[in-house]
Design a protein around this ligand. Structure first.
Ligand SMILES: *[C@@H]1O[C@H](CO)[C@@H](O)[C@H](O)[C@H]1NC(C)=O
Ligand SMILES: *[C@@H]1O[C@H](CO)[C@@H](O)[C@H](O)[C@H]1NC(C)=O
Ligand SMILES: *[C@@H]1O[C@H](CO)[C@@H](O)[C@H](O)[C@H]1NC(C)=O
Ligand SMILES: *[C@@H]1O[C@H](CO)[C@@H](O)[C@H](O)[C@H]1NC(C)=O
Ligand SMILES: *[C@@H]1O[C@H](CO)[C@@H](O)[C@H](O)[C@H]1NC(C)=O
Ligand SMILES: *[C@@H]1O[C@H](CO)[C@@H](O)[C@H](O)[C@H]1NC(C)=O
Ligand SMILES: *[C@@H]1O[C@H](CO)[C@@H](O)[C@H](O)[C@H]1NC(C)=O
Ligand SMILES: *[C@@H]1O[C@H](CO)[C@@H](O)[C@H](O)[C@H]1NC(C)=O
Ligand SMILES: *[C@@H]1O[C@H](CO)[C@@H](O)[C@H](O)[C@H]1NC(C)=O
Ligand SMILES: *[C@@H]1O[C@H](CO)[C@@H](O)[C@H](O)[C@H]1NC(C)=O
Length: 762
């Protein structure tokens, strides 16, 4: 029930009201039966919704089963061992604790949860599930994630009102607004002056939102804050982004119960209250109470135990997964010069006095379909076109970029800087029994095989071995040591090396000139290597500036480490909390590789069943730690359509003697720019503010400085093409309207290929 809808412009709330029918409670005996009845009344609706309160009452009425909970805990422990940074999370550097996040002792929390289960201290299954989910989430390592069925498998939470946080003039600290108010003011009724939100649920709005933001996946608090809100870059990613923000239930907001209602109070004194809702993700046919919900969705089928999870053993994204058929809208983005069809990368120009600026927008390093080749080609074609058109400066916008395919990050860097070194950090993983055994077996198998890339049709058996085993990091012949030399043996690569109270592999790097790179890159070679060496650098480093919303994670951080450390390219951070001072541009997980648990399981199983040369050897290997990956419980008990990952590799900056994982290093950006209202509806407003600050002599930085010496931007003689393009931008801007901006873009990873290895999934 939406109370007092007239207080907000009806145009803005109408689509949401229609999308979330909050059905009155039915007269049923249990909350789950009420959900069931409400769902039944919405036949034909793809994703039925119910009031958040009744969903919460239903999910918290599900009993906890002690034996099953303990079995789940036992089955996940072996995967936790793969998490690279547990020792550092437990005892992080002082600056990380002061400015980023507190320490987390994963194993102590794990033991605590186990004791509570044993002592019967959890009131219900959901309470147990939340504590298990929170164990991972509280590390703020976006690669370390497990979403139990009770937390994300039945309901996703949401609020019908997305917000934004904007500064009135680019200088005053930001205040939160209802996004549809901004849309109304921008496009429907310019005499309407929306009021900022002063309080949420009786608490100072910015305090409430900061606390809410901490439920997200990122480590940086300003990046977390930005992620609460509607953002054009996230929306352009459709279901694989964090869409309309965590406040409204996209991204990690879908797993945080927002309470039954939300009260907003505005500075002008108006108050507004609305009911929160839950999306119902499964059929409730036959569900009558918490017990029957448990029986339907939280149990493990007896008998055969193969689950759909384990399959490919290759870190290469599956090429069979097809890209989305219908193009995803990119509201607020101007007509592109080139754009990958899922909006993962796009090239744009600016108009009039900004006609010398090219913009490369990269909200993902490939999170969808088999987009590696089109992604590479979009970058190539756009950079060549921008040079040919005489563009002088390049703005790169990495907003919303949670990573993707690791080698795509290296390749984009090498497209920009084809000459010179291709590394800025080295990798390492936890050295323990499982990783050692895998390396021994993968290496010994690979020694008998060629290192070659060829079409699958040529020799399917050999092709599978090449893609699954020979090209794997567990073959010592893959990768280089930190001095760019080949490793002579597996023990040389494995180490172990002691650091911070734990044991790690030797430091290593990708061999970017490896002939079998395409097995790990989704089919591309890397610019600057092999036969892709005949490229000239398109822009000088000082003519490039990068802007981010802080979300930058995983592969995005690899790319950024190269840009900043090797080439000294300046970084701008957008938005952030309503606090003075500089913020970080790279606020997402800086681990350099995530491993899905299903991939880990398949590595272990393949080694035992395929890489041993007798049943006796297989049986004896099965008695080691490698034999502890047969249990499918973690996959059955995870919410469907969610990613289950560990952070497998740390990134260690070149020259850092302490070998501190980059994850724990605080790095202020070069300049912080606040979001304005215009920037929430028109991406070019962001790019112009950045271009002004970097190249135009007019700084919008409220902290930091880009040392712009370019002088005041003046009208230059436009070419015919530039005049035509400028006109098309003016026309595009005039045509924008409220209805172009969907208010219902939610994260939905079901049916996606979640096998990518350099990504923080939302
Ligand atoms: C609602 O449920 C109560 C108790 O279960 C029952 O007494 C009452 O008749 C029901 N009302 C309707 C309209 O079904
Ligand atoms: C435009 O906004 C003003 C101020 O809020 C209001 O008085 C007026 O009725 C609005 N006009 C329309 C057409 O909605
Ligand atoms: C107060 O602000 C809210 C939120 O922008 C708006 O909906 C409402 O119309 C405003 N009320 C008055 C009396 O201006
Ligand atoms: C594994 O992949 C094959 C081919 O892609 C598919 O047919 C099979 O169903 C998959 N197995 C599982 C358990 O997902
Ligand atoms: C495929 O490769 C394997 C391993 O090298 C080899 O034994 C086999 O003969 C090859 N098959 C074909 C059809 O070439
Ligand atoms: C990199 O890979 C290629 C072949 O794939 C190999 O010849 C070379 O020795 C490797 N190491 C270096 C340092 O290039
Ligand atoms: C580079 O080499 C690969 C494999 O040898 C080949 O498939 C590709 O077409 C070559 N690319 C160019 C640009 O020549
Ligand atoms: C490299 O590029 C230049 C200019 O684009 C071209 O003239 C030359 O033939 C190319 N060389 C090779 C080896 O492809
Ligand atoms: C299995 O094969 C490897 C590699 O060829 C060899 O080193 C090992 O001795 C063999 N083990 C057995 C039990 O045959
Ligand atoms: C390994 O051991 C597990 C029991 O721990 C068993 O289920 C599995 O079948 C064994 N696999 C092999 C290949 O020996």
């Amino acid at each position: 029930m939406l109370l007092e809808p007239s207080l907000l412009l009806a145009a803005s709330l109408a689509p949401i009201a229609a999308a979330s029918p909050l059905h009155p409670r039915h007269n049923a005996s249990t909350p789950c039966a009420q959900v069931s009845a409400a769902v039944a009344a919405q036949s034909g609706v793809a994703v039925p919704t119910v009031a958040a309160r009744v969903a919460y009452e239903c999910i918290t009425s599900v009993p906890i089963k002690k034996d099953a909970a303990l079995k789940l805990l036992d089955s996940i422990a072996v995967y936790f061992k793969w998490q690279s940074n547990t020792a550092w999370l437990k005892d992080p550097p002082k600056q990380y604790v002061e400015k980023v996040q507190p320490a987390v002792d994963i194993w102590a929390k794990y033991d605590e949860i186990k004791s509570k289960v044993e002592a019967g201290e959890y009131a219900n299954e959901f309470e147990f599930g939340i504590s298990l989910y929170t164990l991972g989430q509280s590390t703020h390592d976006g690669h370390f994630v497990y979403i139990p069925d009770s937390v994300g498998g039945i309901f996703n939470w949401a609020r019908p009102v997305p917000l934004v946080s904007v500064s009135s003039d680019g200088k005053e600290l930001p205040k939160p607004y209802v996004y549809s108010d901004i849309l109304a003011e921008s496009f429907a009724n310019s005499s309407f002056k929306p009021s900022p939100i002063s309080k949420i649920n009786g608490e100072k709005a910015t305090d409430y939102l900061e606390k809410w933001s901490q439920l997200g996946s990122l480590q940086d608090r300003d990046a977390l804050y930005n992620n609460v809100f509607y953002e054009l870059a996230s929306v352009s990613l459709g279901p694989v982004g964090s869409g309309i923000g965590t406040f409204a239930g996209s991204g990690r907001g879908r797993w945080a119960y927002p309470g039954a209602v939300t009260h907003l109070e505005f500075y002008n004194g108006t108050t507004y209250k609305f009911e929160n809702y839950a999306k119902v993700l499964v059929s409730f046919t036959g569900v009558t109470d918490g017990e029957s919900l448990y029986e339907s969705y939280f149990t493990i089928p007896t008998g055969t135990s193969t689950v759909a999870a384990a399959n490919s053993t290759s870190p290469t994204p599956s090429t069979s997964a097809s890209a989305t058929a219908t193009p995803i809208p990119a509201p607020g983005y101007p007509p592109p010069i080139f754009r990958e069809e899922n909006n993962l990368i796009g090239g744009y120009y600016l108009e009039d006095d900004y006609s010398d600026i090219a913009v490369l927008s990269v909200p993902s390093f490939v999170s969808l379909g088999s987009a590696e080749i089109p992604f590479q080609q979009t970058g190539e074609k756009f950079l060549a076109a921008a040079k040919a058109a005489g563009k002088k400066k390049l703005v790169i916008d990495l907003s919303a970029n949670g990573g993707g395919t690791i080698l795509q990050g290296y390749d984009l860097y090498k497209q920009l800087f084809p000459d010179g070194i291709g590394h800025a950090a080295a990798d390492r993983f936890r050295a323990f029994e499982s990783t050692d055994l895998l390396g021994q077996y993968f290496s010994r198998t690979s020694e008998k095989l060629p290192r070659a890339y060829f079409p699958e049709e040529q020799n399917e058996t050999l092709w599978e071995l090449e893609s699954d085993v020979v090209s794997s990091m567990f073959n010592y012949q893959s990768d280089l040591d930190k001095d760019d030399k080949n490793f002579p043996s597996w023990p040389a690569k494995f180490g172990p090396v002691e650091n911070h109270g734990d044991k790690f592999s030797s430091l290593f790097r990708w061999n970017l000139s490896d002939v079998i790179i395409p097995f790990n890159s989704g089919g591309i070679y890397i610019h600057g290597y092999g036969n892709l060496t005949n490229y000239t650098q398109p822009f000088a480093a000082e003519d490039i500036v990068v802007v981010t919303d802080g979300y930058c994670a995983s592969t995005c951080t690899i790319f950024s480490e190269l840009m900043r450390q090797v080439k000294g390219v300046k970084y701008v951070s957008l938005g952030g909390r309503a606090k003075e001072g500089i913020t970080q541009a790279i606020g997402g997980v800086k681990g350099t590789n995530n491993n899905p648990w299903s991939y880990i399981q398949s590595l272990a199983q393949l080694t035992i069943t395929e890489l041993t040369n007798s049943t006796a050897e297989a049986a004896s290997l099965n008695k080691t730690e490698l034999g502890s990956y047969w249990d499918d419980t973690p996959f059955y008990r995870a919410a469907a359509g969610t990613s289950i990952n560990v952070n497998f590799r740390d990134g260690i900056r070149d020259g850092d003697e302490s070998e501190t994982p980059l994850q724990f290093i605080y790095e202020p950006s070069d300049c912080r720019i606040l979001y304005t209202k215009a920037m929430t509806v028109d991406a070019t407003a962001i790019w112009k503010a950045v271009a002004d600050s970097a190249f135009g002599g007019t700084s919008h930085c409220i902290a930091g400085d880009l040392g712009s010496t370019y002088g005041k931007r003046t009208a230059k003689e436009l070419t015919v093409q530039e005049r035509i393009y400028s006109r098309s931008l003016h026309q595009w801007r005039r045509d924008l309207s409220v209805k172009d901006f969907p208010l219902d873009v939610f994260t939905d990873l079901s049916g996606q290929d979640l096998d990518r290895h350099g990504i923080m999934w939302p």
